[in-house]
Design a binder for this molecule. Structure first.
Ligand SMILES: Nc1ncnc2c1ncn2[C@@H]1O[C@H](COP(=O)(O)OP(=O)(O)OP(=O)(O)O)[C@@H](O)[C@H]1O
Ligand SMILES: [Mg+2]
Length: 237
């Protein structure tokens, strides 16, 4: 099966500093991978190359067949419609209801979607994350875990082929974090590729998914699902 995400020889420098160096990896539809590594290893930088927040200095980044590394500016919205993004701090708009947050995100990135279509998709996505009955609430009325579920609903409402998440459990307790990771596993089971950057080795160990380790901008390990052994990075650097 063709990859939903393919990085080939990717280097990203910021002036003198090299954030990523010669990284190659590939993710299939339906596959979830964790991206781990110490602070400053390059996890966020790697995710930012995928939706073209940043261009690579060298190398190729293919997303669902689109060359993100040499994309024309006019095509960037089309690329971003194929990638659902989840952040540590949820980034929900406090003055909009939960449902309106998702509808707004759908409409702002796709001017052609009708009000009815956007609403239907938003409701489906809320159902999928187990919050079908909370659409009329405001984000502040939800727990942290529930707010993260809303932000995941927002990311999957358009049914993107790829979902990327940067520390999605960083603001949550362990059990809530595990339930959020299990939701990502379900999303992968429905066919999306999912890449989750995380510091939370407890969850990574528990869930035994494919695990990519970055150290100093280099991909030093790629362990397959079910074979995640001793974790950490000191011994790999
Ligand atoms: N916009 C930028 N300008 C300059 N340097 C940057 C920029 N973004 C990232 N870097 C540098 O690139 C390296 C990788 O940073 P990155 O944010 O990708 O790490 P990370 O693995 O996400 O770390 P953390 O776990 O703390 O989130 C760091 O040395 C960082 O200082
Ligand atoms: Mg980061």
């Amino acid at each position: 099966m063709t990859a939903i995400l393919e990085l080939s020889g990717v280097t990203r420098a910021f002036g003198e500093r090299t954030a990523l160096e010669d990284v190659s990896l590939s993710l299939r539809p339906g596959e979830l991978a964790f991206l781990i590594g110490p602070s400053g290893a390059g996890k966020t930088t790697l995710l930012r190359l995928i939706n073209r927040e940043l261009p690579p200095t060298h190398g190729e980044v293919w997303v669902d067949g689109i060359p993100a590394h040499r994309i024309k500016p006019g095509r960037i919205p089309a690329l971003r419609r194929r990638v659902g993004v989840v952040f540590q701090d949820f980034k929900l708009l406090p003055r909009l209801t939960v449902l309106e947050n998702i509808v707004f995100a759908l409409q702002v990135t796709d001017l052609k979607v009708s009000d009815k279509q956007a609403r239907d998709r938003a409701l489906d996505a809320l159902e999928a994350v187990g919050l079908g009955d909370r659409g009329a609430d405001y984000p502040a009325e939800l727990s942290g875990g529930q707010q993260q579920r809303v932000s995941i609903a927002r990311a999957i409402a358009r049914q993107p082929g790829l979902v990327i998440a940067d520390e999605p459990t960083g603001n949550l307790d362990l059990d809530t974090g595990v339930s959020i990771i299990d939701l990502f596993t379900d999303i992968a089971r429905f066919g999306a590729g999912v890449l989750v950057a995380t510091h939370n080795l407890q969850i990574v160990r528990r869930r035994q998914q494919r695990t990519l380790t970055l150290v100093n901008g280099r991909l030093v390990r790629d362990e397959p699902a079910g074979r995640v052994g001793k974790l950490g990075w000191a011994q790999s650097s």
